[in-house]
Ligand binder design. Sequence first.
Ligand code: CA
Length: 227
Amino acid sequence: MPNLMLIEDELDIRLALTRALTERGHGVHALATGMAGLRDVVANPPDLVLLDLGLPDMDGTDVLRMLRAVSTVPVIVITARDDEADIVGILEAGADDYVVKPFGPDQLNARIRAVLRRGGPSGQEEPVVVGRLRIDPRRRLTWLDGEPLPLSRKEFDLLLYLARRPEEVVPKSTLLAEVWNQPYGGADKTVDVHLSWLRRKLGESAAHPRYLYNVRGVGLKLVDPEA
Ligand code: CA
């Protein structure tokens, strides 16, 4: 059962959403302020956060940015603003998706399921181990050589996607589609930029690879360096 954190100040909406989502098979931990959400997301990490942008104690976009600084948990923003610039800003601040009020619980549930699917089936996923690299998809944590390895959300997604397919050469266009949900044929600089950050964190480079190998003209593969 996915565990959701709902951050919504309006009591009526909080109760209605908690009931609707519980009926649809989710565990719901509901909070009324941004500060409570930021505290609990670290203490008790959920599978997904539903974040109302109109909160009394903090600006919702600030909550989102602060949340992103400490967690890679998927976030769906609940907004009353349907202005396009706001939505772009929300997505750039790290939201995975959004719903605009008013919305029905079935639409929200479908979006929750889609976001959770992108991150892989939640709940009982086994850690992925390749060599001295260990990835916990459920808690979205990574260790290298026994030490915690802090990764951004997309670095994590990229690493997990490749680690689930060790030795398999994955085209960058596939990574762009699967990890970034961008259509095939988009600019692949996105992959290159995140790849270089990821390599630095893994303590390797394109010239001196350990886990991540370029296969020229084809794509990328992740290997067990000790195999
Ligand atoms: Ca509100």
